[in-house]
Design a protein. Structure first.
Length: 455
């Protein structure tokens, strides 16, 4: 079954709830549980959280609404939609299409790490993994293991996409997602009761303005796009299957609250867990894999709890990787007029080409190779989140603000019969705030990265 039929049925069948759940299924993933907490820890805790929330209710809202409305207005996915609205902007669709192709391979590497941790807890090695970091470092700096787990995660994603059994996976994940939330809350409560957790809680919730840097905003902005699946054409595709009578504004609010809420909770669990377990905040991508096993180790029934936790995270991750792969496959299929199977094989080849170096770049045999100072995985993460997505978002804003005009999208939003309440916010953010901020943030961050200024 193609993505289109899945979405079409979904849209026609359940209206708003179906749409929100589908979009949330794509949005909630490793971005919320793995990426958000480690960035929050790295970029100053409370200040990162504050910047993120401000960006989510302004940029996040306006951009997500714009993308969904562009999709609904044209009934087309990114490349076709921009082309149909204005030929000069076709390149934005193409640029947006490159983003998921860069993210998918390394997403599957991290998905593989989650799969490995399911195995760790299932085979009674939980204690070994609770050593504060060496176990994880040894694992990711190996060769066969990171590659093997990456293959497994990629293969599972590909099988679902090839066989078209997304519906089944979604049905399961509708049960798994609420369970994951309950579990995160439970673990958070446990963490709070541990000595040392309070320092982490304070670090996470109380903004310390001395930690503020231009890169904090860039990191928060990139994370926002990543987490809400923005600036990569995905929401345009989702919007293209949305019926005219569905209220876009309130749907966007729902998705936004859902996505940000889960990220917030994940941070609330992991950041205090770091201080409670005596770890350090700068563990980067490994934070979740280092801090949580230590917490589970001290818990009654911790092995089972850890096992269930990683299984639930795995489900959140696989629904997102399926959505990523679906997107890339349908782009390849439409662009090059190929069959679905051939398109899938091409996408698999891209994943192997970019994913294998990513899997081996975290202390492994390819760690020595740096691209502008980053190893492969970090480079793909940086180039997609901090460069391409802000650029796509910037051009989208300019396009909507000055070529298509916000009025056109507001009228599209009001097709459902309800007024678009946040019209002014939408217009001001799209026309002025977002473009100016994105240019400033990108500019400052480049200068900062080059060492020209320190902010
Ligand atoms: N938003 C997903 C996450 O937070 C990642 C993703 C991006 C999934 C784009 C699909 C499309 O993990």
């Amino acid at each position: 079954m193609s993505e289109n039929t899945t979405l079409e049925k979904r849209g026609n069948f359940t209206g708003k709830i179906g749409f929100v759940l589908a979009a949330a299924g794509s949005a909630v993933g490793l971005g919320n549980i793995w990426r958000f907490p480690y960035l929050a820890a790295e970029y100053g805790g409370g200040i990162f959280l504050l910047v993120y929330i401000i960006l989510a209710v302004t940029f996040g809202f306006a951009l997500m609404a714009a993308e969904i409305l562009i999709g609904r207005k044209t009934g087309l996915s990114a490349i076709g939609a921009f082309k149909a609205l204005d030929k000069r902007f076709s390149f934005v669709g193409v640029l947006a299409a490159i983003v998921p192709a860069i993210i998918l391979p390394y997403y599957c590497v991290i998905g593989g790490w989650v799969a490995k941790y399911i195995a760790v807890f299932a085979t009674g090695k939980a204690q070994a993994a609770a050593d504060g970091g060496d176990y994880f470092t040894n694992f990711i700096s190996g060769t066969a293991e990171p590659i093997g787990w990456f293959f497994l995660f990629l293969a599972l994603t590909a099988v679902v996409v090839l066989l078209g059994v997304e519906k089944g996976v979604e049905r399961v994940s509708k049960i798994m997602m609420p369970l994951l939330v309950v579990m995160i809350i439970g673990i958070t409560v446990y963490v709070f009761c541990q000595p040392g957790a309070l320092a982490g809680l304070k670090y996470y919730l109380v903004p310390d303005f001395s930690h503020f840097k231009a890169t904090t905003v860039l990191a928060a902005m990139g994370q926002l796009f990543y987490s809400m699946s923005l600036a990569m054409g995905i929401m345009i595709t989702y919007g293209s299957y949305m019926k005219k009578d569905v209220n876009v504004e309130s749907s966007v609010h729902n998705i936004e609250i859902f996505d940000t809420g889960i990220a917030f909770l994940a941070g609330l669990m992991i950041v205090p867990a770091v201080t409670a377990s005596g770890g350090d905040m700068s563990k980067g991508p490994g934070l979740m894999f280092v801090a949580l096993p230590k917490v589970f180790d001290g818990m009654f029934g911790g092995t089972v709890i850890g096992l269930v936790f990683f299984i639930l995270v795995f489900f959140a991750a696989i629904t997102s990787s399926i959505s990523l792969m679906e997107t890339v496959v349908s782009i390849v299929k439409d662009k090059f007029k190929l069959s679905r199977t051939v398109s899938c094989i091409i996408v698999l080849a891209i994943c192997l080409l970019l994913g294998i170096p990513s899997a081996l770049s975290n202390g492994g045999i390819l760690s020595g190779i740096k691209i502008i100072g980053y190893g492969f995985l970090d480079f793909f993460d940086f180039i997609s989140n901090s460069v391409l997505m802000p650029i796509v978002a910037l051009i989208t804003c300019i396009f909507v603000g000055y070529v298509l005009k916000p009025k056109a999208l507001i009228a599209e939003a009001e097709e459902c019969g309800n007024k678009f309440k946040a019209k002014r916010l939408f217009t001001v953010v799209i026309k002025y705030i977002a473009p100016i901020c994105i240019v400033l943030i990108l500019g400052f961050s480049v200068l900062e990265a080059m060492g020209v200024i320190t902010v």
